[in-house]
Design a protein around this ligand. Structure first.
Ligand code: GLU
Length: 313
């Protein structure tokens, strides 16, 4: 539980139209924040090369269409590059980083090597052990390095950290030497999220449970930067009929697709509410009253499996 005003956030990447899974997580972020009388901020996580400009507007429109609101102007990570570079420089000056020249393939090969099995895709520490001459040789090859955090775990190459999740209880995961700046100079997701949550005063993070393994890394990084990690609330995903994370391949799954099929936004909202075991509303104006009655302990703990045949309208 957080003390004082709850400040939640919703942080989509503008890489496509929002689908039912995205909207359901947005609804949950809204319910957790509003039921606590808190604020909900919007942050576009747009450092990815897959970002397309049209999706900033369409995502705002879709979330508003299903009756959710947010506070203040959405921020964009792409406007905050200097803030991330400052945090990276801070860690670098303290000797907490190193350059990594590994390709994905080299990492994949190293983690299956007999001497270095690493859990959950942990980085095996290859570039941490480069000698001075190996380092200058790798630099000379011209491939720009990624920057990794140097986690203080010299023998095992990773730490284990237990974090508290409001829905899932305690979770123990690894903190390896994860990337904080990619080879192309872009700040990595974990770094940007930690810096932004703190800068925005966020103290409640509601997001899909596929991101749970990132949480120990983010908590560790926040502590290194002298920041307070937010309360975390991981919620079950929506899965497609094949049991994989809902995606375009699953058919008419975006709000735009559903509206094109003749469903009203209110119908889609009610579909999401009922999938969460919550009662449908007659109008979006009923949402605040629903938030007042919101009981997180009654939420489903399993993913919602979307089947293309929707209930009758
Ligand atoms: N940007 C992520 C997404 O679109 C969410 C990241 C987070 O909530 O930490 O799923």
């Amino acid at each position: 539980m957080t003390e004082g005003l709850t400040i939640g956030r919703w942080a989509p990447s503008p890489t496509g139209d929002l689908h039912l899974g995205n909207l359901r997580t947005a609804l949950l972020a809204w319910l957790f924040a509003r039921s606590a009388g808190g604020r909900l901020l919007w942050r576009f996580e747009d450092l990815d090369s897959a970002v397309r400009p049209q999706f900033y507007e369409s995502q705002l429109r879709d979330v508003a269409a299903v009756g959710l609101d947010w506070d203040g102007e959405p921020i964009r990570q792409s406007n905050r590059i200097d803030v991330y570079l400052d945090a990276i420089a801070n860690l670098r000056q303290r000797g907490l980083t190193y350059e990594c020249f590994c390709t994905r393939r080299e990492i994949a090969e190293a983690v299956v090597a007999p001497h270095g099995p690493s859990p959950e895709g942990a980085y095996p520490g290859t570039c941490r052990r480069l000698t001075r001459s190996q380092l200058s040789q790798r630099r000379g090859e011209g491939r720009p390095p990624a920057i990794r955090l140097r986690v203080d775990a010299p023998d095992t190459q990773h730490l284990e950290l237990t974090v508290a999740d409001r829905q899932l209880g305690s979770y123990t995961g690894i903190v390896d030497d994860f990337v904080i700046q990619r080879g192309d100079g872009t700040s990595a997701y974990n770094l940007a999220v930690v810096v932004d949550d703190a800068a925005q005063g966020v103290n409640q993070v509601v997001r899909g449970d596929d991101l749970l393994p990132s949480t120990p890394r983010q908590v560790h990084l926040a502590r290194l930067l002298g920041l307070d990690p937010p309360e975390c609330v991981h919620v079950p995903l929506v899965l497609g009929p094949q049991g994989r994370r809902l995606a375009k391949r699953d058919g008419a799954v975006t709000l735009a697709d559903r509206l094109a099929l003749g469903e009203a936004p209110l119908y889609v909202l009610n579909l999401l509410l009922t999938s969460l075991g919550l009662e449908p509303v007659t109008t979006v104006d009923d949402l605040p009253a629903l938030a007042e009655r919101f009981d997180p302990t009654a939420l489903p703990t399993q993913p919602w499996v979307w089947t293309p045949v929707a209930p009758a309208m």
